[in-house]
Design a protein around this ligand. Structure first.
Ligand SMILES: [Mg+2]
Length: 359
């Protein structure tokens, strides 16, 4: 009999990251509802302190709505340069202790600890060290896979410190909606509800054939594996792509604006879901249009706040497409996002990128 080597993976997430950076330099705001958001008419909430979240304020919510929900909140404009610096402080402390780290955004990362003799003790010391030296609180999920670790930290934060076996995760999250599982976005969740599947437990028990009919063999297997918290994806300390895109070449060229817009919205949602699954947010949203004569045009806009909200990506893509208004039938349509919050500074929002590339 062969025994599978023990895997120990931790997911670390800085609690209310942007708000914590602000509270660190303005301690008089501690204990108060704080919302970090811009002030433009289309501004969205970058983050909110837990005191503000109690009023229903959440990331990516329109700032106006957040102000209405929590009128006493103190609203602070985001300072992304400060956030990048603070993020660097935390992760360099972590890197001093753990060699294999995979960044999953400005405020979260996976740690490979399988070789560590005492991973829990190491993490306890790390959390304390980070708190003392940076005034940031980490939520920690520990498990045999990235999926268990991430689900645990996300569910029990703030100040979480939870270790779970796969079996414990299977039991613990059975009554929760499938959305708690990373990779299951709102669209998939809706399709599951249409099949009468409202919980992780119901997904665990769903006949694979039923899932395969609705989602195809591959995705059905993946959904089933996730519901049972099977995940053997490695912690990969690689730099992640600088941009993500989704493209579609139409079977026949499309002149109908409504059809183009539908396709664009679909791609925007797909991209948003992918970004959210990876915990990444970007500021530059671009479209690519290739006409039937192979004229290829890209249009991009850099928005004020980092986003992974499908709706925001869709709205901006649509505006870009409407402004371009293709004069000939369209052969290929694409949406791309770039300038991620966890990399070097994005172009200033005052100087939107406007590229026209005839090919
Ligand atoms: Mg966080």
């Amino acid at each position: 009999m062969t025994s599978t080597p023990r895997r120990v993976i931790a997911h670390l997430d800085i609690d209310a990251f942007y708000a914590s950076v602000e509270l660190r330099r303005r301690p008089e705001l501690r204990g108060l509802p704080v919302i970090v958001a811009g002030s433009g008419p289309r501004a969205v909430v970058t983050t909110a302190s837990y005191e503000a979240r109690r009023f229903g304020v959440d990331s990516a919510m329109p700032a106006a709505r957040a102000r209405a929900l929590c009128p006493d909140a103190i609203v602070i404009a985001p300072d992304f340069e400060a956030y990048r610096r603070a993020s660097g402080e935390v992760w360099s402390l972590v890197r001093e202790q753990v060699p294999v780290i995979q960044s999953a955004g400005i405020d979260e990362a996976y740690l490979e600890l399988s070789e560590e003799p005492f991973p829990v003790a190491l993490l306890r010391a790390l959390v304390q060290n980070v708190r003392e030296r940076t005034a940031m609180t980490l939520s920690v999920g520990i498990g045999p896979s990235r999926l268990v670790a991430k689900t645990a930290s996300a569910h029990f934060k703030p100040a979480a410190f939870v270790a779970m076996s796969r079996e414990q995760a299977v039991a613990h999250f059975a009554a929760h909606p499938p959305r708690v599982l990373q990779g299951i976005g709102p669209k998939t969740a809706e399709r599951l509800i249409a099949l009468g599947i409202r919980t992780v437990g119901e997904l665990q028990a769903a006949p694979t054939q039923l899932l395969a009919q609705r989602f195809g063999e591959r995705m059905a297997r993946e959904l089933h594996a996730r519901a049972h918290f099977f995940d053997d994806s490695p912690v990969e300390p690689v730099r992640i792509a600088k941009s993500r895109s989704s493209e579609l070449t139409f079977p026949t060229d499309v002149a109908d604006a409504a059809a183009l817009e539908r396709a664009l919205v679909g791609m925007a949602h797909e991209l948003g879901e992918g970004l959210r699954a990876r915990g990444r947010r970007a500021r530059t949203i671009a479209i690519k249009v290739r006409l039937d004569d192979w004229t290829t045009v890209t249009r991009a806009r850099t928005v004020e706040h980092f986003t992974n909200d499908s709706e925001t990506i869709a709205v901006i893509s649509l505006e870009l497409l409407r402004a371009y208004a293709p004069v000939r039938p369209v052969r290929l349509l694409g949406v791309r996002v770039a300038s991620f919050e966890d990399e070097s500074p994005a172009p200033s929002p005052q100087s939107p990128v406007q590229l026209v590339l005839p090919v």
